[in-house]
Write a protein that binds this ligand. Structure first.
Ligand SMILES: [Zn+2]
Length: 117
């Protein structure tokens, strides 16, 4: 199956970022923790989402090395602001925006864990 056929399968919406399995592997790679604010999925009220390092508005794709875990709060605050700008503009919120940026770049380069059924 080609990538094009894969993406046009019935029931697959173009707005769907990636398959649930890939999403879970990305969350696992990132320790189920928002890479901006470091809140964990187990903390009260924290909902995880996937954030694009290079925003979709800037032609960023859904490749593994462009996606990282972000809580919905941080993701919606960032919107399409470039990651570098967001990290430094919001440095006070994230207890060191440069640290967050280092952490994200580190995660983007890490391999995805393989789940053994
Ligand atoms: Zn967050």
């Amino acid at each position: 199956m080609t990538r094009s056929e894969h993406n046009t399968r019935p029931g697959r919406s173009s707005s769907q970022l990636c398959r649930p399995e890939k999403r879970q592997r990305l969350y696992a790679r990132d320790g189920f923790r928002c890479q901006w604010c470091q809140r964990h999925a187990s903390e009260h009220g924290v909902k995880l989402s996937l954030d694009h390092f290079l925003a979709r508005a800037s032609k960023g794709d859904n490749a593994t090395h462009n996606l990282f875990t972000s809580c919905t709060r941080c993701n919606s605050m960032r919107r399409d602001v470039p990651a570098l700008t967001f990290a430094f503009d919001r440095a006070t919120l994230f207890d060191g925006g440069a640290d967050a940026l280092d952490r994200i770049l580190d995660r983007l380069g890490a391999p995805l864990p393989v789940f053994v059924p």
